[in-house]
Design a protein around this ligand. Structure first.
Ligand code: NCD
Length: 311
């Protein structure tokens, strides 16, 4: 059951984390990945995923189980939200049953933030991806994966390539990489898929070669068909020819350049087999790190001292 101090903390986006909490979460994720022990948490968390997910949903569940927590996966097509119940009422209902936190993935941008504002019950919220909004746990695991893989983010040149404008991963990664001191972030994709404005230290380009040249890190993105006007779909082969990451591109990058992709990957579309399965790919390291990042997030969410990061 929720204690009086529980549940007020939320993880909605990277910018909502202060420097101390961000540093703690990355450090703790890496420590857990290196085998540090974790104390059990007597908590109940609920996965509420309104969009498909393999990695994020399963890794939140595995992380909760590793911490000895109770975890419930709501089957949405069989739940009352299919009968028209609002997310606010669903949240209040689950809190009344003793849930301490909800892990929410929702197709609507900003939905988790709006729920947090309207929340009248004592419940922590973890944003597991909202439309084209934010995906903070992915950004944390991406930072931890790169740092554990030997990439110094301070001073790094990072290319993020593909469907930038619809990608919550791109948005959260940009925030996290800037906070970790990246020297330059290059957002690359077809012109219509680039954001209209970018923060300082971030460049836009519609030239793949320019994006990858001298890069320390390349992050590839899936085309977010589910958030796209279907008439605008590119064909897979044409997209691969123009924007797919292939071994010849990595030859232009820094030696030892690392490749990330949040998954699911579409082989032969945004990434070639040779790159996805090659020695520079950290794609499965990201998946592994995802469980540790989500354990650290639960520890942070339920830290007894609400005013500071634990540990
Ligand atoms: C991403 C997502 O859902 O935003 N995947 C993930 O969480 N691992 C990226 C995507 O779906 O393309």
């Amino acid at each position: 059951m929720a204690g009086p101090e529980a549940g007020r903390r939320h993880l909605l986006d990277v910018d909502g984390l202060d420097d101390r909490d961000l540093a703690w979460l990355v450090r703790r994720t890496r420590a857990l990945a290196a085998g540090a022990p974790a104390a059990a948490l007597d908590r109940t968390v609920i996965n509420l995923f309104f969009e498909p997910s393999t990695r994020t949903r399963v890794s939140f569940e595995l992380a909760a189980r590793r911490l000895g927590m109770r975890v419930v996966n709501v089957e949405l097509e069989r739940s009352s939200s299919a009968k028209g119940e609002s997310l606010e009422d669903t949240a209040a209902t689950l809190a009344a049953m003793g849930a301490d936190a909800l892990i929410i993935r929702h197709p609507e941008t900003g939905r988790c933030h709006r729920l947090a504002e309207a929340l009248s019950v004592d419940l922590g919220l973890l944003n597991a991806g909202d439309g084209s909004g934010h995906h903070p746990s992915q950004a944390l695991l991406d930072v931890a994966t790169l740092e554990a893989g030997g990439v110094a983010l301070a001073g790094a040149r990072i290319a993020i390539i593909g469907d930038i404008v619809r990608s919550r991963v791109a948005r959260s990664d940009v925030s996290a990489f800037r906070r970790r001191g990246a020297a330059e972030i290059r957002l690359a994709g077809p012109p219509d898929w680039l954001p209209e404005t970018v923060p300082s230290g971030v460049r836009r380009t519609d030239n793949l070669i320019e994006a990858v040249t001298d890069a320390d890190v390349v992050v590839m993105l899936r085309i977010q068909h589910e958030r796209m006007d279907h008439r605008a779909w590119p064909d897979a082969a044409g997209y691969h020819a123009d924007w797919g990451l292939r071994p010849e591109h990595l030859e232009l990058a820094r030696p030892g350049c690392r490749v990330l992709h949040p998954g699911p990957i579409n082989r032969g579309v945004e990434i070639s087999d040779a790159v996805a399965d090659g020695p520079q790919s950290l794609i499965l390291d990201q998946v592994r790190m995802g469980v540790h990042a989500r354990m650290a997030i639960f520890e942070w969410l339920f830290a007894a001292d609400r005013s500071a990061a634990p540990g």
